[in-house]
Design a protein around this ligand. Structure first.
Ligand code: PAF
Length: 292
């Protein structure tokens, strides 16, 4: 696997791949890689001729009181994992190379997709995400970029950005990878104490219970939201940030009834964020279909 750290070099590689007509897949990450990232790299490997993974802990998407400094970093461990998953190129660079002196152009999403939920709890977060993702898409010239559905709002926002700004890369949203007990894989799971780790799978259980209610015929989004909020509030040591039922693409809150025809529910996503101490765990589940 080739290691690239300079912006000029990744740009040259993009131009070479373009000239050779190679299909390029990009897996953007912030490192501290786990099997969830592995499933993205493997999918890219199966679909593309060149697989690039980026590791960049993006300061722009962290608030002043957030965990930018503490965010887990393990470049050597990540390199070994990427090799074993069949990645061709690891691109990692410094904040000063990504945002050199004079940098002043940002992607600022506006509207419900960025204003609510994580957008409200983490002001500026999605501006940082959208800006760095667009830079990574431009730097690599990838045909397909792969993201995990655990960060559903991020995925919806990136898809919207690609549509709004006519970005030629396809955005591929892949299933959430889970531990055996159902906990969504996340780089932040390493922050959990043993007691918090034992309680954390109850987030997924609460989401499954929400889906079971829909499968049992419940269509009142308010009832589903309240039951989900109750289940999350009962998690030992956890404190819910929010629980809701939204449209999976627009992230607009579904009011009253989950729409649908002939008794089948229309697309609806249950979203949940629970804090264990200062660790925020996100998860979500489609209520209208099986699978994660
Ligand atoms: O999901 C992440 O790891 C980050 O938000 C991303 C997409 C790599 C942008 O920094």
């Amino acid at each position: 696997m080739r290691l690239v750290t300079a912006i000029e070099t990744i740009g040259k590689l993009r131009d070479e791949n373009r000239r050779a007509g190679r299909k390029v897949g990009l897996v953007p990450t912030m490192g501290a890689l786990h099997d969830g990232h592995g499933s993205l790299v493997r999918k890219a490997r199966a679909e593309c001729e060149v697989v690039i993974a980026s590791i960049f802990v993006n300061p722009l998407q962290f608030g002043p009181k957030e965990d930018f400094e503490q965010y887990p970093r393990d470049l050597e461990g990540d390199r070994a994992k990427l090799e074993s998953w069949g990645c061709d190129v690891l691109f990692t660079t410094s904040p000063s190379a990504m945002y050199p002196n004079g940098f002043q152009t940002f992607v600022t999403p506006e509207g419900p997709l960025s204003a609510e939920f994580d957008g409200a709890v983490r002001p500026g977060h999605f501006k940082g995400v959208a800006t760095v993702v667009l830079k990574l898409l431009n730097l690599t010239g990838c045909d397909i970029a792969y993201f995990g559905r655990k960060d559903a709002q991020q995925c919806a926002l990136i898809r919207r950005m690609a549509l709004d700004l006519n970005v030629p890369s396809k955005i591929s949203v892949c299933p959430t990878a889970r531990e055996q007990d159902g906990l969504a894989m996340s780089s932040r799971n390493v922050y959990l104490t043993p007691a918090q780790r034992a309680a954390a799978p109850n987030i997924y259980k609460a989401l499954l219970a929400a889906r079971a209610r829909v499968q049992g015929g419940e269509r009142d989004a308010l009832q589903i939201r309240e039951a989900l909020a109750r289940d999350l509030a009962a998690i030992e040591g956890g404190s819910p940030d929010y629980a809701d039922v939204v449209d999976p693409d627009s992230f607009e809150r579904i009011q009253q009834k989950i729409p649908g025809r002939f008794g089948a529910p229309a697309p609806a996503l249950a979203i949940a964020v629970v804090r264990f101490g200062s660790t925020r765990l996100l998860d979500n589940l489609r209520l209208d279909e099986d699978g994660s």
